[in-house]
Design a protein around this ligand. Structure first.
Ligand SMILES: C[S@@+](CC[C@H](N)C(=O)[O-])C[C@H]1O[C@@H](n2cnc3c(N)ncnc32)[C@H](O)[C@@H]1O
Length: 206
């Protein structure tokens, strides 16, 4: 039998994955759409009319889910270093979320207003070197928490992707000083073998 490389194994896994099949049927750009759907049905994070900033939005699966929920009265500004095909009613900023230029563009689009929800599904490129990957993932989590200080309303909600590394515990401890409730959760569409999990942090204390 021919040996399968890592790309072959990835293709096999994609072909068998129920969420990949569902995302094709439902016209979502990524299987990750079901992670946010699951989080939102459990925790009622996004509602009709919500104002939302999304970090790490490409290829746009979460953005599709958010725009379905918020309707015409809502607002979604989505950011990513990668290009993202346009979506109706989503304003997109391309660039690194930790850069000053991106923050300035966001500030301008928001006109100084704060939002109800900050979402971050940002993930670093995995190198396989544990210490490096841990530092990169904590850095992105800190960037997202920092966005809350500048753009999230008092009592607002942060949804954040994290990875299970030793320093993540300390990060969550710090997050608890900024939010009245911090829930650790793993949506059903998040692969069991992945270190990934999410926190839903509610009741932002400015
Ligand atoms: C898992 S994907 C997001 C998938 C998205 N939630 C969806 O449903 O389509 C993670 C994204 O984070 C982005 N990202 C990583 N670091 C970033 C940074 N510093 N600034 C902006 N985006 C970043 C990557 O480019 C990638 O598109």
């Amino acid at each position: 039998m021919a040996r399968r490389g890592s790309s072959g194994r990835w293709l096999d896994r994609q072909a068998k994955d129920v969420y990949v099949r569902r995302s094709k049927q439902d016209n979502y750009r990524a299987r990750s759409a079901y992670k946010l759907k699951d989080l939102n049905s459990k925790y009622k994070i996004i509602r009709r009319g919500s104002k939302v900033v999304e970090l790490g939005a490409a290829p746009g699966g979460w953005s599709q889910v958010v725009s379905e929920v918020i309707g015409k009265q809502g607002c979604l500004i989505a950011l990513d270093v990668l290009e993202c095909d346009p979506l109706n009613s989503v304003q997109f900023i391309r660039g690194d979320c930790s850069s000053h230029a991106v923050r300035e563009q966001l500030l301008e689009k928001l006109g100084g207003a704060r939002v109800d929800v900050v979402l971050s599904d940002m993930a670093p490129n995995i190198s396989g070197i544990a210490l490096k990957d841990e530092a990169a993932s904590i850095h992105l989590a800190e960037v997202a928490a920092d966005f809350c200080g500048d753009y999230l309303k008092r009592d607002g909600t942060l949804v954040l992707k994290l990875f299970d590394y030793p320093d993540t515990i300390e990060f969550i401890k710090n997050l608890k000083t900024l939010f009245s409730e911090v829930i650790r959760t793993k949506p059903t569409a998040s692969r069991a073998e992945s270190r990934e999990f999410y926190v839903v942090a509610r009741g932002f204390v400015i």
